[in-house]
Design a protein around this ligand. Sequence first.
Ligand SMILES: [Mg+2]
Ligand SMILES: [Zn+2]
Length: 194
Amino acid sequence: MVLAGSGSSKTIFLDRDGVINRKMSEGDYVKCRDEFKFLPGVKEALRMLKEAGHLLIVVTNQRGVARGLMTEDELREIHGYMQQELDEIGASLDGIYYCPHEKGQCNCRKPELGLFLKAKYDFPSICFANSIMIGDSINDMEAGVKIGCKNVLVADTSQNTSIVNKAYNQGIDIEIIIPTLYDILFYLDGDLFL
Ligand SMILES: [Mg+2]
Ligand SMILES: [Zn+2]
């Protein structure tokens, strides 16, 4: 694996739950820092992406706030912890954007684009066409199509059939499917990053 970022630097939009940290069971949310568990290899992957010069932006739906399962302050504390752990290894995230709202109440809950537009406002150099969306849900992939970037689906073989079928039916392009974020590193020198 060659480390020198070969092509141009890109913006990597990252979903959080199921990509960076372990997802809670359906309907539950990471509500405090003790429930936030990095998935294996994620810190290393983020460190290498960062080292290759890419901008790392988290875009995450956190409806648990709207549902009263956690406060926005608690969510920020979780993000503070995530960032601190990544700071320590030189893998700092450049931005963390979240939607705390209920479905259908805002223009920032993915697949809406509010979080991406906020990021673009804060980092005018972001070029959506030169970005990569990495997520584990159809909402992530749909948002990726809307901004016109490349889509990377994180899914193991037990999950990917249903998401891939949905994506196919909705005409959503998925560039590659990887079982964990770590596996993105095997593509660093390939077409995905051109
Ligand atoms: Mg997710
Ligand atoms: Zn929202």
